[in-house]
Design a protein around this ligand. Structure first.
Ligand SMILES: CCCCCC/C=C/CC(=O)SCCNC(=O)CCNC(=O)[C@H](O)C(C)(C)COP(=O)(O)OP(=O)(O)OC[C@H]1O[C@@H](n2cnc3c(N)ncnc32)[C@H](O)[C@@H]1OP(=O)(O)O
Length: 704
């Protein structure tokens, strides 16, 4: 049976692949060709595309094959969404940098002024994991072989590291100026040394904004006189300074050692000079991700030796960012310096058909670079293109890698979060925001859902804690989806267990209070949150197990059905099922599909029409749950089971899951808006409101 399904699916899939390949030729004619300046690294295999077909022709093919038609509809939509040929077939609408630790969404609108984007910096904290999400629309025709190309350049040194060294000498005189100016979180060092046989002047200014350290040292001496000024200003923890100065008319020795634990900066300066000879050694060693500078200068009347070592292991990587120039700014070096290409990433986006809803594509997880020298601004050229090099969109923007997120961004994001959650005020009552903890890597601060991620095995347990019955209100659903998303992005998490912190109840399903007596706007927002929860959970890439430790009606059952495996407490008091008809409401098609995909057609038919709640044993019998264990063992069995699932090669399992579930997910994605409208008009009907009211009254009466 399974073999047959897979063959059937495989056949359809191949056919669709062929159809999309056929279609590429047509597309190339219709859109402009790309000015994509990417290196040609693909081999021409002398490939001859099959005869071209229109979307309509494709839809006509095998018209009588019902299952193929369904699949085609999922992939191709029902037909062109926009007929106006002046509107591009593919419209890229926005790019989002998805990062769990980000204080808020980092999104760029690609429908507006792309020129403005060139000047805009999007900040990313160093070392964080992130993914790029692109939203795009397909309006008329299938596009195949879509690609997202991402070229990363490092800008000139102005934003990064500048070193200027000026050395001027003759037998009687030496002048040295060294300026090290790095914006990489603000370290500046200026050293000026001017000496002739009679006089030595040294000025050293070290100014680092990196937690406020400033040091100025001025030393001026001639044969009869020595002046030394040292100013040190710091509110840092752990600063040590040692200054040794020894001078007489013929000789000067100076040793300065500055040692600060604050991100490990050490400075040693040794200066030894007499009338005939000057020796200077300066060592600047900062662990702020590997910058070391050593300067050794040794001279006498006849000879000069200078050694300058600037040792940052980033030299190799960013050699083009390092220049020796006397006056970088006045020479306008930024124009003179071509930004160097650091990285080229090509992501295969795939083939897509027209539909009203936007498509979205998410890249695999990347890690932002980390370290003092890699902080700075990267210029990025993005191309949304395809195999035919059609330029669907190309734009440029800047990614700024910083030691921390921008504080202003945090404010903006907090506002964003507030507005997101003010939308979840129910009956005019704002909900507590304590659970909104985007920055918090300890995921356990949510108010309605407790998350505990065990780093030793990668298993996260999400415990519903929304008394009295874990009903899924708008804020519960929002919080659930955020946590799930966070865990999906968290590399250390490998699987998620859903369970309840409430005794005897897994979840009472959707919060009826969100549907009863509320405004159409509220109902719309609520339903969108239900959809988002389902889309996230049913299409989740990681393993999910429902540890059902209590009653699980309606939405509770749906949530369990979305998981990969269900373990239920073996207790006759607990039941599970989609009982919507008992409330006088109708489960939507994606509730139905989720049940159908689990227990089959006939059982789904009986179950939905009658609104049956199954006791644990019955649920096991019809395959609604996979295993029964004593209540006290539900969670431990779930952990054990997840362990065995984790032994399966992850990639193969994930693709298999997606193969089984994607058509169902795509169906809702293609009808999301219509489904919301349908829900709102249905649930706000007087007759339905009356049913809900009676149901609520019955619940309360039962209690009485
Ligand atoms: C195109 C249109 C599509 C429309 C599709 C709409 C889909 C909806 C899916 C749903 O999920 S609808 C919700 C269905 N849920 C239920 O039917 C469950 C109802 N509840 C129960 O059966 C029981 O409460 C329980 C879960 C078995 C627990 O029983 P227990 O005896 O322990 O507690 P109660 O005294 O019954 O309840 C305590 C308290 O909680 C209130 N409550 C219960 N369920 C809900 C709920 N789903 N939403 C809001 N409030 C709920 C109940 O009224 C009690 O409140 P009180 O004020 O303390 O009396």
């Amino acid at each position: 049976m399974l073999g047959l399904d897979v063959c059937e699916f495989g056949g359809q899939f191949l056919e669709l692949l062929w159809l999309t390949v056929c279609y590429r030729g047509i597309m190339a004619d219709k859109e402009g060709t790309a000015p994509v300046h990417e290196e040609e690294d693909e081999t021409d295999l002398n490939y001859q595309a099959p005869a071209q077909k229109t979307l309509q022709e494709i839809q006509e093919l095998d018209k009588d094959d019902e299952s193929l038609n369904k699949y085609k509809q999922t992939l191709l939509g029902t037909g062109p969404v926009v007929l106006d040929p002046s509107i591009p077939n593919v419209q890229v609408t926005r790019l989002t940098l998805m990062c769990v630790q980000a204080p808020g969404p980092i999104t760029m609108d690609l429908t507006g002024d792309l020129e403005a984007l060139k000047k805009q910096n999007f900040t990313m904290k160093e070392g964080v994991d992130y993914r790029v999400k692109i939203h795009f629309k397909v309006n008329r025709e299938i596009v195949s072989g879509l690609k997202y190309v991402h070229l990363t350049y490092r800008k000139g040194l102005r934003d990064q590291l500048s070193l200027a060294l000026v050395l001027d000498m003759n037998l009687d005189q030496l002048s040295l100026a060294l300026v090290l100016d790095t914006n990489l979180d603000q370290l500046s060092l200026a050293l000026v040394l001017d000496t002739n046989l009679d006089q030595l002047s040294l000025a050293l200014v070290l100014d680092t904004n990196l937690d406020q350290l400033s040091l100025a040292l001025v030393l001026d001496t001639n044969l009869d006189q020595l002046s030394l000024a040292l100013v040190l200003d710091t509110n840092l923890d752990q600063l040590s300074l040692a200054l040794v100065l020894d001078t007489n008319l013929d000789q000067l020795s100076l040793a300065l050692v500055l040692d600060t634990n604050l991100d490990q900066l050490s400075l040693a300066l040794v200066l030894d000079t007499n009338l005939d000879q000057l020796s200077l050694a300066l060592v600047l060693d900062t662990n702020l991700d590997q910058l070391s500078l050593a300067l050794v200068l040794d001279m006498n009347l006849d000879q000069l030796s200078l050694a300058l070592v600037l040792d940052t292991n980033l030299l190799a990587e960013f050699s083009s960012s390092l220049y020796l120039t006397p006056d970088p700014v006045s020479q306008g070096f930024e124009q003179a310096v071509n930004p160097s290409l650091l990285d080229k990433a090509v992501y295969m986006v795939g083939s897509y058909g027209p539909r009203v809803e936007e498509h979205e594509f998410i890249t695999p997880v990347e890690e932002a670079p980390k370290g003092l020298i890699v902080r700075g601004i990267y210029h990025i050229k993005s191309y949304f293109t395809d195999d035919d090099k059609t330029d669907h969109l190309s734009w440029e923007w800047n990614l700024q890698i910083k030691k921390d997120w921008d504080s202003t961004e945090s404010c903006i994001s907090r506002l964003g979060v507030l507005s997101l959650f003010s939308a979840s005020c129910r009956h005019g009552r704002p909900y507590a925001l304590s659970h909104v903890a985007f920055n918090d890597r300890h995921l356990s601060t949510s108010s309605k859902i407790k998350v505990d991620l065990d780093n030793s095995n990668g298993i996260a347990v999400m415990k519903f804690d929304n008394p009295p019955v874990n009903s899924m209100s708008l804020d519960f659903l929002t919080e659930f989806s955020i946590n799930l998303e966070k865990l999906e992005l968290d590399k250390s998490c490998r699987g998620v267990i859903l369970t309840s912190a409430q005794p005897r109840i897994f979840s009472a399903g959707l919060d009826i209070m969100d549907m009863y007596g509320t405004s159409p706007e509220h109902c719309g927002a609520f339903w969108k949150a239900v959809q988002d929860m389902w889309l996230k959970l049913y299409g989740y890439s990681k393993i999910t197990i429902a540890a059902i430790n209590g009653a699980s009606p309606a939405g509770g059952c749906l949530m369990a059905l979305c998981c990969d495996y269900r373990i239920m407490a073996d207790d006759p008091r607990y039941s599970i099922g989609l009982n919507e008809t008992q409330l006088g409401i109708v489960a939507p098609f994606w509730f139905k599909d989720t049940l159908l995909n689990t227990v089959g057609h006939r059982t789904t038919e009986l179950s939905l029409q009658m609104g049956i709640m199954y006791h644990a044993h019955e649920a096991l019998k019809i395959g609604l749950v996979d295993q029964l264990v004593p209540e006290g063992k539900v969670l431990s069995t779930a952990v054990e089971t997840l362990g065995t699932w984790l032994a399966v090669p992850g990639h193969a399992r994930e693709i298999s899951k997606s193969m089984m579930r994607k058509p169902t997910v795509d169906k809702l994605l293609a009808n999301k808006e219509a489904d919301i409208k349908n829900f709102v008009s249905f649930i706000t009907k007087d007759s339905i409101q009356k049913s809900l009211g009676m149901y609520l009254a019955a619940l309360k009466k039962k209690k009485a």
